[in-house]
Design a protein around this ligand. Structure first.
Ligand code: DPN
Ligand code: ZN
Length: 437
């Protein structure tokens, strides 16, 4: 054995140094690798009925549903009444833009983890030129029918569901910016996914997926892969709809789009059908954006894709907040050829059991790691050996072990136990860290 030149400055330190702290890192919207959940089919007949109702509202209000016009407020009242009847907790958020009162409608489905919100939104306003049935009656009607399907099936997801209908998008994302700016940062941080649907029934449709949060993007791609329909990344204009303020605020975002005034290429017509050389929506922002300006197949597929994403992104089988770290950095000296010592962390706020991939960060300063036995000890006393006198005369253990701790309740005091089983070399525990993925 080599001699240690190092003298521990902390001989005799308490074996139970409780200096644990928790630091949460951003959680992803991932459904934790769970098997895909099958949502109910979203009835395109029902979605089209909502569009017919929005068309009637426009027709009765001067031909549009634009911000500041009577057709907009009538649209809000129409959607709100359906959600109230279905058991949603709804609220109207007002703002002023261009001298007129604007409205956002927010609908919360009671239940689910309030700290993990999956939110879907669509702008409900049209331009003044027309009734705005594809732009954006389509997204508005599809998320309305999805919300009603949640109620009909009494879906009780792990996460909390919220739906929003935005005002004054056509004036520059005014309503969604207002919501984001007036939601405290701590509340915004609870929104684990914001899904945006703006123009999803274009008459000459493309199948575009927003290229933002990878988990959300993959969820939509999985749905379309299941149908055998190729998708493309949305390129008509990142930041041109209500997901932009959420993205700017750091919320994971995603969405679907069937195309606006860009022209369908030959290659796109080849894979999706429709007319090459023609805009995805020739009535974009025009008076002809009526119920005749909808492709039923695109509307049907996109509405089902929305439900697929809402169900899957909210049904994660793991409830613990993800990526939570518990760490003790107080030094604990390891007596030479002596009794075992421990460093502890107190885990709290994690529901259920520890994961099968519990990350155990071990930082031990020692001059002969072949002397050492290192164990993780669960709150109930179960022992998981991570190092047993391997490594000979090598210095220091500074590594992360993965321990299958899935049979252990997560919350409680976890210990790193270290014993030096041979004479001469000495050292100390420098750090002990548990990471819950
Ligand atoms: N929100 C619409 C607009 O800005 O006119 C349509 C649109 C949505 C365009 C998404 C591009 C991308
Ligand atoms: Zn739009």
């Amino acid at each position: 054995m080599k001699l240690s030149a190092r003298l521990s400055a902390l001989a005799g330190a308490s074996a139970l140094v409780l200096g644990a702290f928790a630091a949460a890192v951003p959680a992803s919207a991932a459904p934790s690798g769970a098997a895909a959940v099958t949502p109910p089919d979203i009835s395109v007949t029902n979605v089209k009925q909502h569009l017919a109702d929005l068309q009637s509202i426009a027709t009765a209000n001067g031909g549009n549903r634009a911000h500041g016009r009577t057709g907009y407020k009538a649209s809000i009242d129409f959607v709100k009444a359906k959600l109230d009847a279905a058991g949603y907790t709804t609220s109207l958020q007002t703002f002023t833009s261009s001298g007129a009162t604007g409205y956002n409608l927010i609908a919360d489905w009671p239940g689910g983890d309030p700290n993990q919100v999956v939110m879907s939104g669509s702008h409900l306003d049209s331009v003044t030129a027309g009734p705005g049935i594809n732009d954006n009656g389509s997204g508005s009607a599809a998320i309305l029918e999805t919300a009603l399907a949640v109620s009909r099936t009494n879906f009780q997801p792990t996460k909390h569901l919220r739906f929003a209908w935005w005002g004054a998008e056509e004036l520059g994302l005014i309503g969604s910016k207002h919501y984001v700016n007036n939601t405290p940062a701590a509340e915004r941080a609870k929104i684990k996914a914001y899904l945006n649907f703006d123009m999803i029934g274009s008459p000459n449709p493309g199948y575009f997926v927003y290229d933002d949060d990878p988990t959300i993007e993959q969820t939509f791609k999985d749905y379309y892969a299941g149908l055998g329909i190729p998708t493309e990344i949305e390129t008509e204009g990142d930041g041109r709809s209500d997901h932009a303020p959420f993205k700017s605020a750091g919320v994971p975002v995603g969405g679907l789009f069937s195309g606006a005034d860009y022209t369908k290429t030959a290659a796109q017509a080849q894979k999706w059908g429709g007319t090459q050389g023609q805009a995805f929506d020739r009535c974009y922002h025009a008076s002809c954006d009526t119920t005749a300006n909808i492709n039923d197949t695109a509307l049907d597929r996109n509405a089902d894709a929305i439900a697929y994403a809402v169900w899957n992104l909210s049904s994660g089988t793991t409830t613990p907040p993800t990526g939570t770290v518990f760490e003790n950095t107080a030094d604990v000296s390891i007596p030479d050829n002596g009794a075992a010592v421990t460093s502890s962390v107190t885990v709290s706020g994690i529901t259920g059991n520890a994961p099968a991939t519990l990350k155990v960060g071990v930082d031990i300063v020692h001059t002969y790691i072949g002397d050492l036995i290192v164990d993780l000890i669960a709150p109930d006393g179960s022992v998981y050996n991570v190092h047993n006198r391997a490594g000979g005369s090598a210095d220091n253990i500074n590594t992360t072990y993965t321990v299958n701790a899935s049979s252990e309740v997560a919350n409680g005091v976890w210990k790193l136990r270290v014993q030096d089983k041979a004479a001469v070399d000495t050292g100390y525990i420098s750090g002990f860290k548990l990471t819950f993925p």
